[in-house]
Design a protein around this ligand. Structure first.
Ligand SMILES: Nc1ncnc2c1ncn2[C@@H]1O[C@H](COP(=O)(O)OP(=O)(O)OP(=O)(O)O)[C@@H](O)[C@H]1O
Length: 215
């Protein structure tokens, strides 16, 4: 079994074509296309509410698209969103061991070390601070063994030092042939392409013309 983070077999691009996504039943973004090759990072930009979270959740397979296609994501994506996916009654080590077993990888020590979680290894995750929980949620990515990281505001609650650990973890992931698609407002000092979403705001149905739909 492959240890996490040491090269990824089967190099494949993530390809999103003409994607439309909806939140609460209403379309928010339309016509989004992107390609993410192994070793590359892509940052989504756009104002609050444009639909970055919705787009990332759709690409991660957590909700269906309204239209368009996503290739190279299934079984290859590890998603880290606002809810950290942490089991509060398990310790930090047990959380990582649990996720390693779910994803069929071995060894949690590199993940603990990457986010300096060793001193917290035996603490129940529910007792961690917000930033410590976020570190655990990001460490989880390292034990998934998944090549495509889909990250929604990954640095929220992190202090400057932990942001540096995160940037290093992403760099290592990219160097090992992984890729990262993320929504973030901060500059991580990574070489990344930027996709501005402002031009993809979906046009809402004209409610004044509602009756017309039945004509
Ligand atoms: N549960 C919900 N029901 C209905 N609409 C929602 C719901 N959650 C979010 N929305 C709306 O969907 C749109 C897209 O939200 P989304 O969270 O994807 O944006 P975002 O670009 O990630 O925003 P931010 O930068 O503030 O995190 C917004 O207009 C938001 O108000």
């Amino acid at each position: 079994m492959r240890a996490p983070g040491i090269g990824y077999a089967g190099r494949m691009d993530l390809v999103v074509s003409d994607l439309s996504v909806a939140r609460g039943g209403l379309p928010v973004l339309a016509g989004v296309s992107l390609r993410l090759a192994p070793g590359r990072a892509l940052v989504l930009r756009g104002p609050n509410g444009i639909g970055k979270t919705t787009l990332l959740r759709t690409i991660a397979g957590l909700q269906p698209p309204l239209a368009g296609t996503i290739e190279g994501a299934e079984e290859r994506v590890a998603y880290a969103g606002h809810a950290d996916g942490i089991k509060p009654t398990l310790t930090v080590s047990e959380n990582l061991a649990f996720w390693a077993s779910v994803f069929g990888t071995e060894g949690i020590d590199p993940a603990l070390a990457a986010y300096q979680l060793e001193p917290l290894a035996w603490r129940a995750a529910g007792t961690l601070s917000a930033g410590q929980k976020r570190r655990l949620g990001l460490a989880r990515l390292l034990v998934t063994g998944r090549p495509v990281w889909v990250l929604d505001e990954p640095t929220v609650s992190l202090d400057a030092e932990a942001v540096g650990w995160f940037a290093r973890a992403v760099q290592g992931h990219l160097a090992g042939g992984g890729s990262a698609l993320m929504a973030t407002h901060i500059d991580l000092g990574l070489e990344a392409e930027v996709l501005e979403l402002s031009g993809h705001r979906a046009v809402l149905p004209d409610l004044d013309d509602f009756d017309g739909a039945f004509a």
